[in-house]
Design a protein around this ligand. Structure first.
Ligand SMILES: Nc1nc2c(ncn2[C@@H]2O[C@H](COP(=O)(O)OP(=O)(O)OP(=O)(O)O)[C@@H](O)[C@H]2O)c(=O)[nH]1
Ligand SMILES: [Mg+2]
Length: 690
């Protein structure tokens, strides 16, 4: 992104997202570190953000006393340290502009900056006096502007289990206070202090009750309680007052050395310490997800409602998970294109492609999805993949049938000609017929890449031909009745052998499907487990960060003798610890849960493949019907035994020697019961379902 763009427009006191900026974010797949700057107007915020972008110009500065930045502006730049991250800089409209005089609007900008960032920079000028802290009044109103859970009331001030500001610390950004034009010495009671100690000193609480003390303590307590970490930078003036209006055109080298030094330290700190933006649950946010968040939050505010962290995450999870299903499906489909172009292929080949593509698709899904707690989206993907696979299996079978039938048709042309010419209608014709027939079958077998139905189509062909063969046998005057009987028996045996081959072929395919399902089930469990462990870790991390921050606060309160406050803090810590414990127990529960999800996915796969089995079943039924009809027809027309004699009577030849099987899809079949399979070599009893 060459220059910043407006992300949220603020016109007539109303906030709107800028579609172009959202579109930009939606196209950003990298995870993001989001740094937002807030603070009073005309305090050098935009200038500081330009420093973070490493540019002299970018966010527009104004040299006059009138406020410059309106709404929220965004600049996405490559992260200088985390190569696979994008640094999103959010420059916000200055707060407290007297000309605007709309503090509610200011408060929403402030809340949005908190909701969207992983590091919040609060920028002010001069010193951290009481005025400066009071200018941060918006922080005390955050319970009215941000809900954590959908069940908690917006204005709830009590920190109940389910909501309230005690939870803010888990989800809020880190807090950095930048003080500009700091001219004092960093000294407290004659002792040199660091910038952070100065900040801590300024945020110290006053003892005792009374409204005055309560008011004094409120914003300080909010800062201390809501943000997981605090940091302070004090900047001297960057140049002389005369040069100040031209700051953005000044060379870095012409700036005051001490300013440059602080600015460098500040930038380094931001680059190194700012975390990847996460949402409730600790899930890392990509540019695209940030786009969803901005939209959800701004639209909620525009509707007059209070943005809710939980709802925003749920809404985003729905959109992202559906997109993850689509992405997984696309990965699968493109993974299968290569093998599709080769149809017909052997079962092993299509199966290997399926397993690989299935794995890749699930991986792509897992990478993008989150909070798919019941596995509904994973199941949707499994069903979509199974259906696509079922279609491909059917296409592959049809291609095999087509190729085999065409081959047999071609190979049987010379024999058909000979029948026409009456070559086999002579004594000894049967022997000649058999020899040609065997030769033709051998040629068929020698042909490679016939696909998954080679034996089945041959079996069908041979069964058809047996009528013709028998006619020739019966008409052969060279053979005795006894010899004919022996040949009939031989033919029966040969047909039975072919039927066994056909069954073996079918069995092999079903076994492959069982193996596939077992393998992808195991892999699915593995991927699901990894994902759940990762999500649990993210949640744990979120809690730990909150706990750490509370423990640090407790220590400080204890040191200063705030026994009452410390007791309240203890309760919060206890509640966080309990949550941590609950999370641990949840993990065990989850492990049970994910097995149930995996089982559900497996069932979905079976259902998805159902239409393939329905198709097969219907095809078998049609085939049986066609064959029955044909036998009836042949018997009726007397084809059997109606053989031409030597004098040239034509043999009544069956024109449908290789019957065409209809292969149209079985659209209406509701029966999704999968066939029982004798797993044979696997040692399982007949009846294992696919
Ligand atoms: N004194 C002083 N002036 C500064 C500093 N940094 C920037 N400026 C100047 O202050 C003016 C306002 O700077 P901006 O960065 O536009 O301030 P802003 O806080 O973004 O202002 P709004 O967008 O109006 O809220 C410009 O003329 C800057 O050159 C600083 O550290 N000290
Ligand atoms: Mg500005």
């Amino acid at each position: 992104m060459d220059s910043p763009m407006c992300l949220v427009e603020n016109a007539d006191g109303e906030l709107h997202v800028v579609p172009g900026a959202i579109k930009y974010l939606m196209g950003l797949n990298q995870q993001v570190v989001v740094v937002a700057v807030v603070g009073l107007y005309r305090t050098g915020k935009s200038y500081l953000m330009n420093k973070l972008a490493g540019k002299r110009q970018g966010f527009a500065l104004g040299a006059t006393i009138q406020s410059k930045t309106k709404g929220i502006w965004m600049w996405c730049v490559p992260h200088p340290e985390k190569r696979d991250h994008t640094l999103v800089l959010l420059d916000t409209e200055g707060l407290g502009d007297v000309e605007k005089g709309d503090s509610k609007n200011d408060a929403w900008i402030f809340s949005l900056a908190i909701l969207l960032s992983s590091t919040l920079v609060y920028n002010s000028r001069g010193t951290i006096d009481n005025q400066a802290v009071e200018n941060l009044q918006y922080v005390s109103e955050l319970t009215e502007r941000i809900k954590v859970n959908s069940s908690s009331a917006a204005s709830s001030s009590h920190d109940d289990e389910e909501g309230g500001d005690a939870q803010f610390v888990q989800f809020f950004p880190n807090f950095v206070w930048t003080i500009r034009d700091f001219t004092l010495l960093l000294e407290i009671d004659g002792r040199n202090v660091t910038e952070d100690e100065y900040l801590e000193h300024s945020l110290e609480l006053r003892k005792g009750g009374g409204k005055k003390n309560l008011m004094y303590n409120l914003p300080r307590e909010c800062i201390r309680n809501y943000f997981p970490s605090r940091k302070c930078f004090v900047f001297p003036t960057p140049t002389t007052p005369a040069n100040m209006p031209h700051l953005d055109s000044m060379d870095e080298a012409d700036l005051c050395g001490s300013f440059r030094k602080v600015a460098d330290t500040f930038c380094r700190f931001i680059f190194q310490e700012s975390r990847t933006k996460t949402v409730k649950g600790g899930h890392k946010v990509t540019g695209r997800m940030l786009g969803h968040l901005v939209k959800t939050y701004v639209e909620t505010i525009a509707k007059g409602s209070v943005p809710c962290l939980e709802n925003a995450v749920l809404a985003m999870a729905q959109i992202e998970n559906q997109a993850a299903v689509d992405e997984g499906q696309a990965v699968y489909q493109s993974g299968m294109e290569e093998v599709k172009a080769l149809f017909p292929v052997a079962m092993g080949q299509i199966s290997a492609h399926h397993l690989r593509s299935d794995h890749q698709a699930t991986q792509a899904f897992m990478k993008r999805s989150f909070k798919d707690e019941n596995g509904d989206f994973l199941k949707a993907l499994a069903v979509a993949i199974a259906k696509h696979y079922a279609d491909l299996l059917i296409q592959n079978e049809d291609a095999s049938e087509k190729k085999c039938a065409a081959l047999l048709e071609k190979l049987s042309v010379p024999m058909a000609q000979k029948i026409k010419e009456g070559i086999y209608a002579t004594p000894g014709g049967y022997e000649l017929y058999c020899s040609h027939h065997d030769n033709m079958v051998a040629q068929y077998r020698a042909e490679p890449d016939k696909g998954v139905r080679a034996e089945e189509i041959l079996e069908q062909f041979l069964r058809e031909k047996s009528l013709e063969k028998n006619s020739i046998l019966q008409a052969d005057k060279k053979l005795t009745e006894n010899e004919k009987k022996i040949h009939e028996e031989q033919e029966k045996r040969a047909l039975a052998e072919q039927a066994v081959k056909m069954e073996a072929e079918k069995q092999h395919q079903l076994e492959k499907l069982i193996q596939e399902r077992e393998r992808s089930h195991q892999e699915g469990i593995c991927q699901l487990e990894t994902k759940m462990v990762q999500e649990a870790k993210e949640k744990q991390h979120e809690l730990e960060r909150a706990l750490d921050s509370k423990l640090r606060e407790q220590e400080k309160l204890m040191a200063k003798g705030f026994t009452e406050k410390e007791a309240a803090m203890k309760e919060e810590i206890q509640s966080l610890r309990e949550k941590e414990e609950a999370k641990r127990e949840e993990k065990e529960e989850q492990s049970r849960n994910f097995r149930a999800i995996a089982q559900g996915v497996m069932e979905s796969v079976s259902n998805g493949l159902g239409h393939y089995f329905n198709y097969k079943k219907a095809r078998e039924q049609r085939k049986a019907l066609v064959f029955k009809e044909q036998v009836r027809f042949n018997l009726k027309s007397g084809a059997v035994g109606n053989i031409p004699d030597k004098e040239g009577m034509t043999l009544k030849q069956d024109k449908t020697a290789t019957p065409k099987l209809e292969t149209g899809a079985v659209g209406n079949s509701k029966d999704t019961t999968l066939p029982k399979v004798n797993t044979g070599s696997t040692g399982k009893s007949p009846g294992s379902e696919v």
